[in-house]
Design a protein around this ligand. Structure first.
Ligand SMILES: [Fe+2]
Length: 364
């Protein structure tokens, strides 16, 4: 439906007007940059488009794109979006509500709040994308969702340091190793670690944040070990004062995540691992708002014994968590991803091939 037919002077929302102006501005800018003459457009004429023929025609005009991966992604996006509209017989009000919802997601986002990641998380898309791109061979550490609270300003701390400044939290000592699939320690892995404070808030959620807290970067030593002090994680609700929270409410879903510690591990040659460890017995263990929990990532901290407390210099009332992370290589992941992609494409009967590990139509 042409945009002009949807403008109703008495009911146009501010955001719609803004969006329309933005589109017009883009059109003017694009016209200045792109002087493609109409007679150079090499697609059949697009006239009298209907519910039934709009999809192939939209695909046709996008088929001028030289980048075959972008061309393929746009073809599938248009196909699924149009099918979605046809299948749901979506109303104009619903369509506009959806667009306004996206505008609101953008408006509430900032350097420290990414509402679109939250949206992707609660739709299950984040987990799906990670699972496609980072398949894990058996007996390696599985991935989990990144979430919107990772930052790039965490201090690098030495083994044994305390990354928490929250006196209200229950002290937890984490003793970890990083190994490869053959059990060999991996030295020099950069490990980002982050968690909430005892009230269930990340530091970036505090308006008076002066410096990073409850987060750090560590580097595994020659024996693949790293250990640090923090606090026992607590369950917390994802930010639910914005459009994503309102959506969860309408869907009858709670916004809670079970208690967890985030980890991100990277070293050249190793597959980039984004994961989290979840505390066993959390009431939200099986209903995580963002679908992040996997059985292999559920851990059970123990009360520390006196000898270990003394050895690591932590209070006797501390908890202790021991965990071994197993990293796969870039190459192993790329091979596995390619194999799984080819199997999935074959199963769907699609005439595609992989170029740079990504499917494109096989026209050769
Ligand atoms: Fe989290």
């Amino acid at each position: 439906m042409p945009v002009s037919r949807l403008i109703r002077p008495n009911s146009v929302s501010t955001s719609y007007t803004t969006t329309t102006s933005a589109i017009r501005l883009c059109q003017i800018t694009s016209q200045k940059k792109c002087n493609m003459a109409a007679d150079k457009v090499s697609v059949p004429e697009l006239l009298d488009l209907t519910i039934d023929n709009i999809t192939p025609n939209a695909i046709k005009i996008n088929s001028q794109c030289k980048d075959r991966r972008l061309r393929y992604v746009m073809e599938r996006l248009v196909t699924h979006l149009h099918d979605f509209a046809r299948e749901t017989r979506i109303s104009t009000d619903e369509w506009m509500a959806g667009l306004n919802f996206l505008v609101q997601c953008g408006q509430i986002s900032s350097d420290v709040r990414h509402e679109f990641i939250l949206l992707s998380d609660i739709l299950g898309l984040s987990l799906l994308v990670d699972s496609i791109n980072h398949p894990k061979p058996q007996n390696t550490t599985e991935g989990s969702v990144l979430g919107p609270f990772h930052t790039h300003d965490a201090p690098t701390l030495e083994n044994g340091a305390n990354m928490s400044s929250d006196p209200q939290g229950e002290p937890l000592l984490c003793i970890c190793t990083v190994k490869d699939t053959k059990g060999k320690p991996i030295e020099g892995v950069k490990i980002d670690i982050w968690e909430t404070d005892s009230t269930g808030h990340y530091d970036v959620q505090h308006s008076d944040r002066n410096e990073p807290t409850e987060r750090c970067v560590m580097v595994s030593d020659a024996t693949g070990d790293f250990w640090f002090k923090c606090i026992l994680p607590v369950s917390y609700p994802i930010p639910h004062d914005g459009p994503v929270g309102k959506l969860l409410l309408k869907l009858g879903r709670h916004p809670w995540r079970p208690a967890h510690l985030h980890f991100m591990m990277e070293k050249p040659g190793c597959d980039h691992l984004i994961t989290a460890l979840y505390m066993r017995g959390d009431p939200y263990e099986t209903s995580d708002a963002v679908f992040g929990v996997k059985k292999s990532l559920i851990v059970e901290p123990q009360k520390i014994d006196s000898a270990t407390a003394k050895k690591y210099g932590v209070p006797e009332n501390s908890w202790v968590l021991k965990h071994d992370f197993v990293l796969t290589t870039d190459q192993e992941t790329a091979n596995l991803r390619d194999r799984l992609a080819k199997e999935a494409l074959e199963k769907q009967g699609l005439n595609l091939k992989l170029v740079d590990h990504l499917p494109v139509p096989d026209l050769d």
